[in-house]
Design a protein around this ligand. Structure first.
Ligand SMILES: [Zn+2]
Length: 85
């Protein structure tokens, strides 16, 4: 099955709540189509952004703290726009 959209998925009707202030994932955590990926959270001067791991090398300035975070790609895509440190 290549269709990863919610439409028609059996998990559509399962109860769910947002996890740790992230946007709601498209699939339920227990759904077989739910798939977390690794992203990188960069914290700097009290603000943070979340980026793809391959972009993380651009954020290595003094004082920046980087940590791995895990979420689904659709959650990542629905995060609020980053408006700058
Ligand atoms: Zn599902």
């Amino acid at each position: 099955m290549t269709n990863t959209r919610t439409q028609g998925c059996k998990c559509l009707t399962w109860a769910r709540v947002p996890i740790d202030k992230l946007p709601m994932s498209e699939h339920h955590k227990d759904c077989e189509l739910y798939k977390e990926e690794r992203f990188v959270k960069v914290t700097f001067q009290g603000n943070y952004l979340i980026i793809e791991p391959h972009d993380a090398d651009e954020y290595i300035e003094e004082g920046m703290v980087r940590e791995d975070v895990f979420m689904t790609r659709d959650q990542f895509e629905r995060l609020p726009e980053f408006d700058g440190f």
